[in-house]
Design a protein. Structure first.
Length: 474
């Protein structure tokens, strides 16, 4: 969540401007009654407003937001069926934590965990444990907390006095992993990018491990370029490490996006609980799980992977309720929507939806490459996501100019630099989600074609400041 600073009174509009901020029609009965001025913006108003007036003020200001359907930076779902929206509205007042009061909502959560355990090939789906979260960031932190606690239990004679835990991962990880390491005092050990390898190298990751390593994170679908990290090869490298040294290092798979793509489109790819070294997996229900923002999932292979002392039990809501989450109160609507989507689509439905997104991504990537100015880094053939940069001979403009000009036409296409050791590389990334149709892809391509003559006529790139390295992970 971004941090916001309070505004000084100097930013308040003048009385005359506040008077003109209200549409006279917002008066419920008489267009001139009680409409002297809009309320202040940075302090609570002195009195109430009619609901229609409050709605009109907020609604009009929100029109200045971007169109979420044209936001090709975000992985987050921006379209659901109307029936799903109705269900969410019916459940938005239910507190997910209160399983005694809302037992059927709790049962739908349990069913979702069971479905995911089966989808991800848990050895015994009936004994796999898991929970819903507010998103993958929380799910990743819960999984990492379990890794750290298990490591601490194995090293009780050395920790915390003489041992500092570390977590091995690629430099391309989502920012939640940096947060975990900072918040929970774990040393991040990052495998750098090298050449045209934009994610973790299995052997390099194994070489960074030692007796203080709590685990290794593998990313099934990098937010930087949409590529899968080689989870099976990572586990094999750690198997070899154990044979040489006796170190038994667990793997967590961050499948924020890919864990809801690979099971349907890449069934022969072995990345999940079929690998004995995979201890836990997370995904975002609100990404390729196809639910509006606000739900993620964390699953563990068996109860042995989730230390019991991390699970808290409360009875002050009525009944004995185990809870393992960073948040306490949260709405049940997104969990209900996830169950609706699982029920609505099934395996074949998910396969059709994800295949359509992949086909659109691959087709759009190929046609952008055919324009002649761009070089593809990825093809959209893993996640329905691809990264593209300008060719070396293109000197009149850069990817930041392209992003800026597309924004003028309503498209949000992020431009950013890659992290350490490939900071020389600046790219555009396009995320294709359900709801981004072939017609919309054609409109994007047409807008890009129209912009190219102007961009090519520039004397030099116009971007004075390049954006900091970011994977636009929202």
């Amino acid at each position: 969540m971004p941090l916001h600073k309070g505004s000084s009174h100097s930013t308040e509009p003048s009385d005359e401007r506040r008077r003109l901020a209200l549409n006279p029609f917002f008066g419920e009965a008489n267009p001139t009654a009680g409409m002297e001025s809009a309320p202040p913006r940075h302090r609570l108003p002195d009195g109430p407003l009619p609901p229609a007036t409050a709605y009109g003020l907020v609604h009009d200001e929100l029109m200045l937001d971007g169109n979420s359907r044209l936001n090709l930076a975000t992985f987050v779902t921006t379209w659901m069926e109307p029936q799903a929206g109705v269900l969410m509205a019916e459940c938005r007042d239910k507190n997910m934590i209160d399983k005694d009061e809302y037992p059927r909502t709790a049962e739908l959560e349990r069913r979702c965990v069971a479905m995911l355990a089966d989808l991800w090939n848990a050895p015994d789906p009936a004994t796999a444990v898991g929970c819903s979260t507010t998103g993958s960031s929380e799910a990743c932190m819960l999984a990492a907390m379990a890794l750290k606690r298990r490591w601490a239990a194995r090293n009780a004679d050395r920790y915390p006095a003489t041992a500092r835990p570390n977590l091995v991962m690629g430099v391309n990880v989502q920012v939640c992993w940096d947060k975990f390491c900072t918040f929970w005092e774990v040393e991040p050990r990052l495998v750098p990018m090298e050449g045209d390898r934009f994610h973790l190298d299995p052997q390099a990751a194994a070489d960074l491990c030692d007796e203080n390593t709590i685990g290794v994170v593998g990313i099934l679908g990098s937010t930087f370029d949409g590529s899968y990290e080689p989870i099976a090869e990572l586990c094999a490298a750690l198997d070899a490490l154990q044979e040489r040294t006796g170190l038994d290092i667990p793997v967590h798979v961050d499948g924020a996006s890919g864990a809801m793509v690979a099971p349907f489109l890449d069934e022969d790819l072995v990345w999940d609980f079929r690998l004995p070294r995979v201890s836990s997996i997370n995904t975002s229900g609100h990404k390729y799980g196809l639910v509006y923002p606000g739900v993620g999932w964390a699953l563990w292979r068996s109860p042995a992977e989730l230390p019991e002392e991390l699970v808290f039990r409360v009875n002050y809501l009525g009944g004995d309720m185990p809870t393992f989450a960073l948040n306490f109160s949260r709405p049940g609507a997104q969990v209900v929507a996830q169950y609706y989507t699982f029920l609505r689509l099934g395996r074949e439905g998910y396969r059709a939806v994800q295949q359509a997104s992949r086909d659109i991504a691959m087709g759009l990537a190929k046609r952008i490459e055919e324009l002649g100015d761009f070089r593809l880094l990825t093809l959209g053939d893993q996640l329905p996501v691809f990264a593209v940069t300008t060719k070396p001979e293109v000197t009149a403009y850069d990817v930041f100019d392209v992003s800026r000009r597309l924004r003028e036409r309503g498209w949000l296409v992020p431009a950013y630099t890659f992290p350490a050791d490939r900071e020389d590389l600046s790219v555009l990334r396009i995320v294709c989600r359900n709801g981004f149709s072939s017609d919309l892809a054609e409109l994007l391509l047409e807008d890009l074609r129209l912009l190219l003559p102007e961009l090519r006529s520039q004397a030099h790139p116009l971007s004075s400041e390049h954006a900091p390295a970011t994977s636009f992970h929202h």
